[in-house]
Design a protein around this ligand. Structure first.
Ligand SMILES: CC(C)(COP(=O)(O)OP(=O)(O)OC[C@H]1O[C@@H](n2cnc3c(N)ncnc32)[C@H](O)[C@@H]1OP(=O)(O)O)[C@@H](O)C(=O)NCCC(=O)NCCSC(=O)C(=O)O
Length: 592
């Protein structure tokens, strides 16, 4: 039932007391208001969940949305709600919606909106705002802020709705902007006064807009496809790089067929892991340096040549000029962003892969055996090196010992979702824990941002109903840790494992003056598991990989909210994990 059908009756007491069929009452127009129209517009467009934090002026919006059947997940901090909305967008290809209060709540949500935009996740941040008349004259309204102006440079599009009859079009514009072309974050500003504007219900209903074909297929030109196929055919050492854009596309079967039919080795970027199982014979993930350096033609499928790929140049990529790139991206301006793209293929991943497949027929030359055997030799050596570090059942645990146990958990439950953040905890888990299914690994993404953990874990559980394993550095967890209460409140099947080595990178830093703790250390021996117990969840402290495996298995089997404090050697871990070279360090000694 549409909430407009709830109708607001503006009846006087005498009218209410009058008989039901009184013609005077029957003639009374049915009314609706801004609250109901926002809810109707979202529902009409298939929005089933809102992530947010209640407060002025959107408290009633959340309540009414819940009453109308939208699932409303209330968080403890807007940034976590925003991260949840963003990853919901990634998982479903429907914009995730985050609802916040004005000024400070809006600003808290804005970090997640900017992160969503950077990562190309479709998301809509809806914030209540204070009154235009007062804000524009800067007269000091409650939580006064020109939110629209602040949001604009940080997202893909920003809209404000001033009149109830424009709510339908405002929501429609936000949805289309979020998912069409390159997906991203959209800000929708709803001033407090809008919610209580009352209009005729029929007029309100007629003003709603259903977005048809929100993300239209974009098929590349045949000449562009031929150029790419010719280049790929000429390759002696081809490579495919799968990015999270490929995972987002949900063209899993076609992508697998492209790899298998062409026989081209591939590496997945971290959130593309599992698009094909990491154990696939054509996976070159364990020979990463070799394939980046020695390949001659590289097909980038939904992966950008940003810092995570050393901008496509430098010594990681071998001799200058030794490589030609084919890039598949929905955004034309992505081409040549860092290096020359010899064969740009502009379109959506699903459509582009289909057109490529049509050209990979019985005349396909295949991949020279010399190339695949070089890769396999490197892979085998790296895998053997890694195996030697796993499986140690010692206390205190090192990262590899603990991750070896978690690798088995995911192997036994390939449909579980792995959320992962931290520095060493992130870098080492990425290599150690094999993924087997698409969109099961959610992590820090393009910015390498800390703080996504609990938001992502909550949305993953809500959107998929699958068990979630969140593997968190102790520092990373701190950014969103209060949401363990949210996990317990909604009784979500989330198991959090905290790799607790007493600090950021390591737990051994000291203050040279002896006055304070070192800048990167936390309270030694902290028991994060107690936090979970405070809210009725299960808390476990473990000191060995065997104990860790047993505790995670129990959590995943029971589906009970669980937090496992995994005691890691405070000496373990290196500065910034394996991107430490990006961290400038002073070489100048200060004179005393
Ligand atoms: C930049 C990267 C894309 C690339 O890193 P690399 O170290 O070059 O690659 P990988 O980690 O994939 O692999 C490292 C090596 O392990 C090998 N490798 C990979 N997988 C395997 C398996 N399964 N078995 C054996 N060996 C393996 C791989 O071939 C490499 O060896 P060789 O082939 O022999 O080289 C990645 O590190 C990344 O996504 N980083 C994001 C980090 C991040 O965002 N951090 C935020 C921290 S914030 C923070 O810390 C801060 O603020 O400070």
């Amino acid at each position: 039932m549409s909430s407009a059908a709830l109708k607001i009756q503006t009846l006087s007491e005498e009218q209410t007391a009058a008989p039901l069929l009184d013609p005077q009452i029957a003639a009374e127009p049915e009314l609706t208001d801004g609250f109901h129209l926002v809810i109707d517009a979202l529902k009409l467009n298939g929005i089933e969940t809102i992530y947010g934090v209640p407060g002025i002026p959107i408290t009633d919006l959340g309540r009414m949305a819940q009453a109308e059947g939208i699932r409303v997940i209330s968080f403890r901090h807007e940034q976590n709600a925003g991260n949840a909305a963003a990853i919901a967008g990634f998982l479903t290809k429907t914009p995730g919606v985050c609802l916040t209060v004005s000024a400070p709540g809006f600003l808290n949500g804005l970090t997640a909106l900017a992160n969503a935009t950077t990562n190309c996740f479709p998301m809509i941040l809806i914030s209540g705002s204070s009154e235009r008349e007062i804000v524009d004259l800067q007269q000091g309204d409650y939580e006064e802020m020109d939110q629209l102006a602040i949001a604009k440079p940080l997202c893909k599009a920003a809209f404000r709705v001033l009149h109830a009859e424009d709510i339908g079009i405002g929501v429609a514009r936000a949805i289309r902007a979020a998912v069409s072309g390159r997906p991203g974050g959209v800000y929708l500003d709803l001033p407090a006064k809008l919610f209580s504007q009352v209009i005729d219900a029929a007029k309100g209903e007629a003003s709603l807009v259903k977005v048809i074909d929100a993300a239209p297929e974009q098929i590349p030109a045949p000449s562009a496809v031929k150029r790419a196929l010719d280049l790929l055919k000429s390759a002696k050492r081809p490579l495919i790089i799968l990015g999270k854009g490929a995972a987002y596309a949900q063209a899993d079967d076609e992508i697998r067929e492209l790899v298998e039919r062409s026989g081209i080795p591939y590496i997945p970027m971290s959130m593309a892991k599992g698009l094909l199982p990491d154990t696939h014979p054509l996976s070159a993930g364990a020979a990463r340096s070799t394939v980046l350096k020695d390949s001659d033609v590289v097909l980038l499928l939904g992966a950008r040549l940003n810092w995570l790929l050393s901008h496509g140049k430098g010594k990681q990529w071998g001799e200058p000029g030794s490589k030609k790139f084919i890039q598949v991206d929905i955004e034309p301006r992505e081409m040549d962003s860092n290096v020359e793209i010899a064969a740009p293929l502009v379109g959506d991943i699903g459509s582009v892969v289909k057109t490529l497949l049509a050209g990979i027929d019985s005349s396909w030359p295949g991949v020279p055996a010399e190339w695949t055997s070089t890769i396999n030799a490197k892979k085998d050596a790296n895998i053997a090196k890694m195996e030697a570090k796993l499986g140690k059942n010692a206390a205190p645990m090192d990262f590899h010992g603990a991750l070896g146990a978690l690798r088995e958990v995911i192997k036994e439950r390939p449909d579980a979702i792995l959320v992962n953040e931290g520095a060493n905890t992130l870098d080492l888990a990425r290599g150690v824990i094999n993924m087997y299914q698409p969109r099961k690994r959610l992590d820090v993404g393009t910015w390498g941002v800390m703080g996504i953990g609990m938001g992502f874990a909550i949305a993953a559980a809500v959107e998929t109903g699958k068990p979630v394993l969140a593997v968190e550095g102790d520092s990373a967890f701190g950014f969103s840790g209060m949401e363990v209460e949210t996990i317990c409140r909604y009784n979500l099947p989330v198991c959090i494992v905290i790799f607790n080595n007493n600090g950021i990178y390591r737990g051994t830093d000291t203050d040279p003056t002896g006055r304070d703790p070192g800048t990167t250390v936390f309270v030694p021996g902290a028991r994060y598991d107690k936090m979970m117990e405070a809210f009725g969840g299960v808390g476990v402290n473990v000191t060995t990989p065997d104990e860790l495996k047993r505790a995670v298995d129990a959590a995943m089997d029971s589906g009970k909210p669980t937090l496992i404090n995994a005691e890691i050697d405070p000496e373990a871990g290196s500065e910034s994990g394996n991107i430490g070279s990006l961290n400038p360090q002073s070489v100048v000694k200060k004179k005393k």
